[in-house]
Design a binder for this molecule. Structure first.
Ligand SMILES: [Zn+2]
Length: 150
């Protein structure tokens, strides 16, 4: 497995031994993250679900937060996660809108189909009536003018 691809925008050149290694609980993708990411929520690069980075045994999260550089790293990672989640929310909202439109259209079409069926039935009845009238008219003509009838 190429671990470089699973590294969350961290050291692109190598995966240090100290990296936190874990599997995405949703898709099982093996993830590797800088220890400074411990306890953060990240977006899985494979399934795009948000997963909590485990805090390794013996690692004190308070120590991680000590330096401004590390705080800024955590902030950047959190911001990236929030941006991705916002994109997911936006995409879901789009899907909800699409479904809503689809539902409205389906209701409209069902109503149109009902009207169409009704008018079709009326037409059939109308034709049946006309057919009967023609048959009667022909019978009457045949009766009045038997010479035209072979
Ligand atoms: Zn995943």
């Amino acid at each position: 497995m190429d671990q470089k691809n699973t590294s969350i925008e961290l050291d692109q050149d190598e995966i240090p031994e100290s990296d936190i290694q874990f599997d995405c609980p949703y898709c099982g993708k093996h993830l590797s993250i800088d220890p400074r990411g411990a306890g953060l929520v990240i977006v899985c690069p494979d399934c795009e679900k948000h997963v909590s980075v485990p805090i390794p045994d013996g690692l004190d999260i308070e120590d991680i937060d000590a330096s401004p550089e590390e705080l800024s790293f955590r902030l950047r990672t959190s911001k990236a996660t929030i941006t991705k989640l916002q994109q997911q929310i936006y995409a879901l909202q789009q899907q909800v809108d699409e479904l809503q439109k689809f539902k409205e259209k389906a209701i409209e079409e069902a109503a149109e189909a009902a009207i169409h069926r009704k008018s079709l039935k009326a037409s059939v009845l109308q034709f049946a009536k006309l057919e009967k009238q023609f048959a009667e008219a022909i019978d009457e003509l045949n009766h009045k003018f038997p010479e035209f009838n072979d």
